[in-house]
Design a protein around this ligand. Structure first.
Ligand SMILES: NC(=O)c1ccc[n+]([C@@H]2O[C@H](COP(=O)([O-])OP(=O)(O)OC[C@H]3O[C@@H](n4cnc5c(N)ncnc54)[C@H](OP(=O)(O)O)[C@@H]3O)[C@@H](O)[C@H]2O)c1
Length: 287
């Protein structure tokens, strides 16, 4: 039996973890900013001590990639400083820290999937502050698992799948970038992976960085076309270049992650992104 703290539990990944649940033997405390603001170091320590927490799963983050460009201080407060609070508390109370990071720690200049050992070089404030969060964990001396993921979507919160689904119902034509490559990831599949990892008794000895996305790669245009097809709408998706769709934050042109390590160590297979999307859309449309 373990006492587990999930932070940022009202976000996409946190909600998927809550929907799935852990072993009945575990006591899980799902918190978001109202119950536990992770930027408050004293509150973090008090919560962990009072609830005798063994494992922290940090799903909290500042995830507004474009807004972060003008809000660097706030992004850093949540993506770095608050992560330091969790890491220090993990050292003090002997907890395992499971933390989620991003493909945006890479610059996108690669031509083959990034491994956990590939050099990082973030191109945005979001990516930079998330990398700072990774570094502070590694330096802290806590026992950690960092999972980098990418292009996360779910029936909850704000995400690309929901935006395209809505636009497909409203418009006859939409334009989507066709020169940025990555791997869409259903937050439910990532939640399943985390639960599977938690079931491994040797998890603390397996500390390190892991990459997890759904299998396969595509562009945002391919992803949008699949969403529109599944929505059954008669909306044409037109390919755009990054230059034709400028955003405040620079996105990596290629951010496919190599998942060999997580698959080998935890002996798991990962679904193709199209299959995961179908399953997420069913849940989304049933809501
Ligand atoms: N979304 C993606 O495409 C993507 C891609 C790669 C990696 N990731 C990473 O995956 C993880 C999960 O992402 P997600 O999409 O599930 O994020 P999300 O939906 O934005 O959820 C994050 C949650 O954290 C909460 N939060 C913010 N500040 C907090 C604080 N100080 N204390 C406690 N909670 C706080 C947020 O509340 P508010 O909503 O009120 O701010 C929100 O409920 C994050 O680490 C993210 O960086 C995401």
């Amino acid at each position: 039996m373990a006492n587990i703290l999930v932070t940022g539990a009202s976000g996409q990944l946190g909600t998927e973890l809550r929907n799935r649940g852990f072993s009945l033997l575990d006591e899980v405390f799902y918190t978001d900013i109202e119950e536990l603001d992770i930027t408050n170091a004293n509150a973090v320590c008090a919560f962990i001590e009072n609830h005798d927490i063994d494992t922290i799963i940090n799903c909290a983050a500042y995830t507004a990639v474009d807004l972060a460009e003008d809000n660097e201080e706030k992004a850093r407060k949540i993506n770095r400083d608050a992560v330091e609070n969790l890491a220090k508390a993990a050292v003090r109370y002997g907890c395992l820290l499971i933390h989620i990071s991003t493909d945006y720690v890479f610059d996108g200049c690669a031509e083959e999937p990034y491994t956990e050992k590939s050099p990082t070089n973030p191109q945005s404030v979001y990516g930079l502050t998330k990398l700072e969060g990774e570094k502070i964990i590694k330096k802290s001396g806590c026992i950690y698992i960092i999972i980098r993921t990418a292009w996360l979507y779910s029936p909850y919160g704000h995400n690309f799948m929901k935006t395209i689904y809505k636009l497909a119902h409203e418009k006859k034509e939409i334009g989507v970038v066709n020169d940025q490559w990555g791997s869409p990831t259903y937050a439910g599949d990532l939640a399943d992976m985390i639960i599977r990892m938690m079931e491994c008794d040797e998890l603390p000895e397996l500390e390190g960085i892991y990459h997890f996305t759904n299998e396969g790669k595509c562009t945002w245009f391919d992803f949008a076309k699949e969403i529109v097809a599944l929505s059954g709408c008669d909306c044409e998706v037109k390919p755009l270049t990054t230059g034709e769709y400028p955003t405040k934050a620079k996105r990596p042109a290629y951010s496919v992650l190599d998942k060999s390590k997580i698959k080998k160590i935890f002996g798991c297979e990962i679904r193709e992104w199209q299959e995961a999307l179908r399953s997420c859309m069913i849940t989304f449309e049933e809501r």
